[in-house]
Design a protein around this ligand. Structure first.
Ligand code: NAG
Ligand code: NAG
Ligand code: NAG
Ligand code: NAG
Ligand code: NAG
Ligand code: NAG
Ligand code: NAG
Length: 444
């Protein structure tokens, strides 16, 4: 009798459980989704790339006899059981990515990461545009070629879109598609199209939520719309190696009135406008607004920081771990604050106010037409590691106070009109003479 009771209890238990804890009941992955995943997996051989470090072919462990929600790198919705996250970054997938891939049957996907695989010159399928729940799409450095399809702009829920490539002939995005993309993806926090060829001016329509904009090497031209400076959440702006021209507006107005002006670029941590055709004076009024750079973070006094996700990618093979962290990294750890305005046509003086940006690690103003003197206020940049003012027309003496910059590992003042004695002591005893060459009036 007791035995029957126990059996009955065991039979009823799951239902009781479901009543009591409806959402904690483990859902089985729907059969069609498991099938779609396995079918996708079968299209590829596994050949881990050196870029990702040691081979980590996670999809090998997928097994049709187990619940696909328990598979490595697969996440399901707790209530519906639908696959909502698929993180296949650095999975060593090698082979053609078919335009009708079974992956597109996973219609509830919110996060899809296919970066750092080798899809051998496949085109990016227009069907990505059908995954309308996507908030995060990562397709970087996966050997896709051709034109990024217009359909990507259907993904109006996207927060993060990363399609960077390191092949300048790899991917293109027509000017019209670029405009459409910016206009329709109104929720975007991060847009990374590094070296994707766009070949157009920067359109005016931007998501105001952007925290990171990476468009280096995108063959952009024309002037930088003032609207870019109104992205009040922007932390990372990379526009290097384009053909952008004109002065940076010196009279920026806040979105409603001048009183809102202090929000402009207040969060900026990295601004890289190097190798463009910018002209005019350095943007003093913009520097004034760099509130985040005026703070010396808690861990700043150590070198034990991790820079933004890019730095992390390029210096650390553990991209897999990095990805999960990437969104949070800049906030959690001390960041690597950079101003790089090198190789442009900026003129005028180096503004004293740069000395207020005490969080700066790297300042590169080289290869411009700057005049005047090196402001002594730079002595306040106590965590500065790299200072490059080379190839300008800067005169006067090197301020003795710069010897207080004890973190300075790279200094380049070459090819200017500096005079007087090179300061002695501390870091200054470590710099090579190529740091000073091409200044006829310098001694010591
Ligand atoms: C794996 O990839 C490397 C370079 O990416 C290539 O040289 C090698 O032939 C590939 N191995 C196989 C089995 O395809
Ligand atoms: C994709 O299309 C090819 C033919 O163009 C076909 O052989 C293949 O089975 C299709 N795959 C899927 C997942 O529908
Ligand atoms: C823009 O997004 C909406 C959804 O918000 C979508 O219906 C529309 O097709 C998209 N337009 C383009 C051109 O992608
Ligand atoms: C500064 O920028 C120039 C030109 O973009 C570059 O060649 C140089 O290496 C940079 N300096 C440092 C110290 O990185
Ligand atoms: C640079 O320094 C080396 C010694 O470290 C010296 O031999 C050389 O002449 C110097 N070059 C110039 C241009 O001063
Ligand atoms: C400084 O820059 C010049 C060119 O601008 C370069 O030749 C020299 O090697 C650089 N020196 C250092 C120490 O970086
Ligand atoms: C500044 C600008 O061009 N804004 C436009 C962005 O897109 C919307 C929708 O097409 C337009 O209404 C705005 O005028």
């Amino acid at each position: 009798m007791a035995c029957v009771k126990l059996v009955l209890f065991l039979m009823v238990y799951p239902f009781l459980c479901q009543l009591a804890f409806p959402s904690s009941l483990p859902h089985l992955c729907p059969k069609d989704q498991a099938h779609a995943l396995l079918q996708f997996r079968q299209m590829f051989t596994i050949n881990a790339s050196d870029y990702c470090g040691p081979p980590n072919p996670r999809t090998l462990s997928w097994n049709k006899n187990t619940d696909c929600c328990s598979w490595d790198r697969v996440q399901c919705d707790e209530t519906t059981g639908q696959v909502i996250e698929l993180d296949l970054a650095c999975s060593g997938l090698q082979g053609k990515f078919h335009s009708n891939s079974s992956l597109f049957q996973l219609s509830s996907l919110k996060l899809l990461d296919l970066s750092h695989n080798d899809f051998s010159g496949s085109l990016i399928s227009p069907k990505f545009g059908e995954l309308s729940s996507l908030t995060h799409l990562y397709l970087s450095r996966s050997s896709f070629t051709g034109i990024i399809p217009t359909e990507i702009s259907h993904l109006s829920k996207l927060y993060v879109l990363r399609i960077w490539t390191n092949d300048p002939y790899g991917l293109r995005l027509g000017p019209y598609n670029f405009e459409l993309l910016l206009k329709n993806l109104t929720q975007l926090r991060e847009l990374d199209l590094y070296t994707v060829s766009i070949s157009s001016p920067i359109p005016l329509n931007f998501s105001f939520y952007l925290t990171k904009l990476q468009l280096s090497g995108a063959q952009l031209r024309g002037i930088l719309p003032e609207r870019v400076f109104h992205l009040s959440n922007l932390e990372y702006l990379y526009l290097s190696s384009n053909s952008l021209t004109g002065p940076i507006p010196s009279n920026l107005h806040g979105p409603i009135s001048d009183s809102r002006k202090d929000t402009l670029f207040a969060q900026i941590q990295v601004i890289d406008l190097s190798s463009n055709g910018f002209s005019g004076n350095l943007p003093v009024s913009l520097f004034e607004n760099f509130q985040a750079m005026k703070i010396l973070g808690e861990n700043s006094a150590t070198r034990d920081y991790v820079a933004d996700a890019y730095f992390y990618f390029y210096t650390n093979a553990l991209i897999v771990t990095a990805k999960g962290l990437a969104l949070e990294l800049p906030r959690v750890l001390t960041t690597y604050m950079i101003i790089d305005l090198s190789r442009n046509r900026f003129e005028g003086h180096i503004p004293n106010i740069i000395g207020d940006l005490v969080g700066l690690r790297t300042l590169n103003l080289s290869h411009n037409g700057l005049e005047g003197i090196i402001p002594a206020s730079l002595q306040h940049l106590s965590v500065l590691e790299s200072l490059d003012l080379s190839s300008n027309k800067i005169g006067g003496e090197i301020p003795q106070q710069l010897t207080s910059l004890t973190f300075l590992a790279v200094l380049n003042l070459s090819h200017n009109h500096l005079v007087g004695c090179i300061p002695k002591g501390k870091q200054f005893d470590t710099f090579e003479n190529s740091s000073y060459q091409g200044n006829d009036g310098l001694r010591g």
